[in-house]
Design a protein around this ligand. Structure first.
Ligand code: SF4
Length: 316
């Protein structure tokens, strides 16, 4: 397989399209499903062979978004039971909501799905919107509209891609030894983000554990929930960072979009939109968003007070 030049070219083309977030051409899959499946697997191994976590995560993020687009658009799989079966293959326990509830709850959603709470907790994005407390839960089943169920499938698919890469180190090693990686030099240059020198930019006292955890996750190229992005942007703006420095910080996010990020940070800074500068969320709010690793244990009301408190403690 690794001697097949056209397959390697096809795989690199797939990697290239994924990293640049080009929409997937469904025709490729419909015309030659087997070849496309092999190319997709090889593209994943090439992404893993770069040994760059950011490239691998960006590839997985983009492929999973293409997967959910395909789920929404492919005529043959619009049946709810079909999507539930796809979920089963991804390890998700779900059934049509009418098997669990009837009446008004069912009527409130368009094509509702009931998903077992364990599957929900595992794959729901870490975002306040997805907190289980904001969902209808009946006898251990979380009732979701179809759109949200498709998003859960997307998250599960992304996790599966990363798991496959992790479980196939031998194959990744073979790919790395057999494929001329200089063929993707341009991709490495463009998408392998340089680590951001965070310590150099943070100046006033130590960062609180909550913000440090968010900064560490950003450095590791993790996909952060909106609440975490909002919290770190408000915090750094109040510490005197420029909008452009914060935009640069987010470059490591697998779903980074420069234009949107700049607009959002400017919005938080009060430079566009309603011209309202947002405050740093207080500790109670951070905790309710699941972003306080100490469970309100720092003895401050707002993360901004942490650095000063540590400095005062040291001087006593
Ligand atoms: S108590 Fe406040 S400052 Fe400390 S980690 Fe939690 S949210 Fe951050």
């Amino acid at each position: 397989m690794l001697q097949d030049k056209s397959l390697i070219e096809r795989s690199i083309a797939r990697l290239r399209k994924s990293l640049s977030r080009e929409p997937y051409n469904l025709r490729l899959c419909l015309d030659s499903p087997e070849e496309e499946a092999v190319a997709a697997r090889l593209a994943l191994y090439i992404a893993a062979a770069t040994k760059n976590n950011y490239i691998l995560k960006r590839f997985a993020d983009s492929e999973s978004k293409n997967f959910s687009e395909t789920l929404r658009k492919t005529p043959g799989i619009q049946n709810l039971n079909c999507k539930i079966e796809i979920g089963k293959d991804l390890g998700i326990i779900a059934k049509p909501a009418q098997d669990v509830v009837t009446g008004i709850i069912n009527a409130a959603f368009k094509t509702p799905v009931a998903i077992k709470w364990t599957s929900y907790l595992r794959y729901a994005p870490p975002d306040p919107f997805w907190a289980m407390i904001n969902r209808v839960v009946v006898k251990g089943w979380v009732i979701l509209p179809l759109d949200d169920f498709e998003r859960i499938l997307e998250e599960a698919y992304e996790e599966q891609i990363l798991r496959i890469a992790g479980e196939n180190e031998l194959a990744v090693g073979r790919v790395s030894a057999s494929i001329d990686m200089s063929l993707i030099q341009d991709l490495l240059r463009k998408y392998a983000q340089r680590p951001v020198n965070i310590t150099k930019l943070s100046t006033e006292g130590p960062d609180p554990p909550c913000m440090k955890a968010i900064l560490d996750a950003l450095k590791a190229g993790e996909n952060l929930p909106h609440a975490a992005r909002f919290a770190i942007a408000t915090y750094l703006l109040h510490k005197g960072w420029e909008v452009e420095q914060i935009v640069d910080l987010f470059r490591t996010s697998p779903d980074f979009n420069e234009k949107i990020t700049r607009y959002q940070v400017q919005h938080i800074a009060g430079q566009v939109g309603g011209r309202k500068e947002y405050a740093v969320p207080n500790c109670e709010t951070m905790n309710s968003w699941g972003l306080c690793p100490t469970n309100l244990g720092c003895g401050v009301k707002n993360p901004l007070q942490y650095g000063r408190r540590v400095a005062i403690k040291k001087s006593n």
